[in-house]
Design a protein around this ligand. Structure first.
Ligand SMILES: C[S@@+](CC[C@H](N)C(=O)[O-])C[C@H]1O[C@@H](n2cnc3c(N)ncnc32)[C@H](O)[C@@H]1O
Length: 213
């Protein structure tokens, strides 16, 4: 099991094929009252889903991603060592990012540290059995897959609940879009040439919520 190497600065084009399978940003936005710490905030999808009255801070280790993010304030930092005091935020999120680190338990512990007592933590990720139409043999294990997510979050939180998904959310309409998708997901390039279009991929993954005691 290994972390997916982040290449948001070395190969920014690969990232363009990414699309959130379950729209977790819109799903959790109504639950967030702030102050929110959005760890691995990327280009700011979560902040774009929040109302103007919700205080938000983004953290990311990629200068490219932060430059593309229209929301402020943002902080360039590694999720393994957050530059914030204990018990600062009402909500802390790790959306689609923990598979990039070799020690997700440490990152979750850091998130728990900066979360206020009674505050809510959110993390989401894909399953190794995602996209069976393209990857019938399954994806290689990463450091934070849906199969292990609750157990990993449970190392820092006692009160953990998990919402799984297992269905198609949107079609891939064009061959170019499918090629970009395969490139983004490290799927062998020739698999983009086979399926009929539009292609409805079965998305499997989970959202983990946890409350700090
Ligand atoms: C797939 S993107 C998800 C972005 C955003 N959370 C979203 O849902 O749209 C993963 C993000 O995690 C960031 N990231 C990867 N490793 C990180 C680390 N060690 N510390 C902070 N951010 C990291 C990347 O730079 C990238 O912006």
């Amino acid at each position: 099991m290994s972390a997916l190497p982040p290449d948001y600065d070395s190969e920014p084009c690969r990232w363009q094929g990414w699309r959130s399978s379950r729209d977790v940003h819109d799903l959790i936005a109504p639950e967030l009252h702030g102050p929110v710490l959005d760890i691995g905030c990327g280009e700011g999808r979560l902040a774009s889903s929040l109302g103007d009255d919700v205080s938000w801070v983004g953290v990311d280790s990629s200068p490219n991603q932060l430059a593309a993010n229209p929301h402020r304030p943002v902080v360039l930092a590694d999720m393994g060592a957050l530059p914030f005091h204990d018990n600062t935020f009402a909500e802390v999120t790790h959306l689609w990012c923990l598979y990039h680190v070799t020690e997700p338990r440490r990152a979750v512990a850091e998130a728990a540290r900066v979360l206020r007592p009674g505050g809510t933590y959110y993390a989401c990720t894909s399953s190794r059995r995602n996209d069976p139409e393209l990857m019938p043999e399954g994806y290689p294990a990463t450091t934070f897959d849906a199969e292990d997510a609750a157990e990993i979050v449970g190392t820092a939180f006692a009160d953990v609940s998990v919402e799984h998904w297992n269905r198609a959310f949107f079609p891939i309409e064009t061959r170019e879009e499918l090629r970009a998708y395969c490139r983004h997901h490290y799927v062998p390039a020739d698999r983009a040439e086979r399926p009929d279009l539009p292609l409805w991929l079965t998305k499997r993954g989970c959202l983990v919520r946890a409350v700090k005691g």
